[in-house]
Design a protein around this ligand. Structure first.
Ligand SMILES: [Fe+2]
Ligand SMILES: [Fe+2]
Length: 188
């Protein structure tokens, strides 16, 4: 039987229940959800650092900002790259789309990468009032952007993965693991 193309209702988040339970032991949505859980605390810390920033000792300021850049570069953007390679194309296939369904999510990833680059470049200059103001603006912005991005993935995109069936999910898992992602031990 040919599955009819999803209509608008298929994009609605379903409250309370998992709309398309996995047919296999592989539950990609759960796996990505676990990765997201590991990202929540360090994302909150971006906002906390932004709030504390005006009072941080100059000698500690760059160390604290370097920690944030390390998280964004190595954990968060690594997670984003695995999604763009494996998860988003799979969601697009489910939604019978040619990239349009997740393109806005890739634009979020690009903006996060740009803002991470801006934060990184601030570290090249001297500690100054300008640096504090710019870093604070970037950290508040990153926290808001990333939190909203994760909420969209959880509510709209991850529920689509259950429709891929056993083999589809197993293939994607192998692909994710090849990307160095796909396990709770991976933070980003
Ligand atoms: Fe993402
Ligand atoms: Fe994600």
């Amino acid at each position: 039987m040919v599955t009819p193309p999803p209509d608008e209702a298929d994009h609605d988040p379903t409250e309370g229940t998992d709309p398309w339970p996995s047919e296999s032991g592989v539950d990609l949505a759960q796996l990505i959800h676990t990765e997201h859980q590991g990202l929540i605390r360090p994302i909150d810390q971006l906002q906390e650092l932004a709030q504390e920033l005006p009072q941080i000792e100059p000698s500690l300021l760059k160390e604290r900002l370097t920690e944030s850049v390390r998280f964004l570069r190595h954990d968060l953007l690594h997670h984003a790259a695995a999604e763009e390679e494996v998860i988003y194309p799979a969601v697009d296939r489910v939604l019978r789309s040619t990239g349009g369904a997740t393109r806005s999510m890739m634009m979020d990833h690009s903006r996060i990468a740009e803002m991470t680059g801006e934060l990184e470049r601030l570290l090249e200059g001297p500690v100054s009032e300008d640096l504090r103001i710019s870093a604070q603006r970037l950290l508040f912005g990153l926290e808001a952007l990333i939190s909203n991005h994760l909420n969209k993935e959880e509510a709209i995109y991850l529920p689509q993965l259950g429709r891929l069936g056993a083999n589809g999910q197993a293939d994607l898992l192998a692909h994710l693991q090849g990307h160095g992602s796909g396990g709770p031990e991976v933070e980003g």
